[in-house]
Design a protein around this ligand. Sequence first.
Ligand SMILES: O=C1O[C@H](COP(=O)(O)O)[C@@H](O)[C@H](O)[C@H]1O
Length: 247
Amino acid sequence: MAEVKGSIEVIVLKQDKLQEELSSHLDKLVLQSATEAIQARGVFTIGLSGGSLIKALSEVLKVKSADIKWDNWRVFFCDERHVPLDDEASTYGEYKKALFDHVPLPDKNIFRIDPTTELEVAAKGYRDKLESVFGKNLPEFDLLLLGMGPDGHTCSLFPQHQGLDESKEWIIPITNSPKPPPNRITMTYPVLNNSKHTAIVTTGSSKADALKRCIKPDKPDDVLPAGLVKAKLVSWLVDEAAYSACK
Ligand SMILES: O=C1O[C@H](COP(=O)(O)O)[C@@H](O)[C@H](O)[C@H]1O
């Protein structure tokens, strides 16, 4: 079932076919977006999130690896935890094990933070990496893949926490994150909202209340961080359990 709302679409995936439907939507979304971008500009820019997305996305991309023009991909992280790259909490580290070690994506096309420097320095260094690909103008990603936590956070933008009002910086450090680890680096709304297409993957009943507050809020000022993401097109990929409070 697909419900279209201007630049927001909500795609509800059947619970009993969740893995199959999620894989098929991710497959279409990513490969179509990559093909269009590479045909138009020769390069495909994508931002990846961590958490539950890692496994689902990596499986799809590994299966389709032979059809992917990896040399033309430029891979960034929508947020990252300020931990060593081989720490289990490192989003880069988890993608390395699940995906990068298994596909011919050149290492130079992966733009990661440097966790060996202080948080502020790492954020600045990561921002410079965006500039090396996008130039001085606000980055316009072809595709950003986000997740949402049960509290409605997306990237490392948490309810009533740092960065929600940021209107200038592309990348900011986050301290005292309500979800461990405490120190993180995140893209901000100016970047998230400037992408051509953003998909937010949200599954499980623990996210039902937060999803309602994002896509069908009772009060307009009750919207949680993930619901504040406005790209040219936002696709919510949700399962029936997460959608249950929206009916
Ligand atoms: O901490 C994080 O959480 C969100 C949501 O993760 P999920 O496991 O509930 O899907 C994730 O999108 C973000 O990248 C990560 O740093």
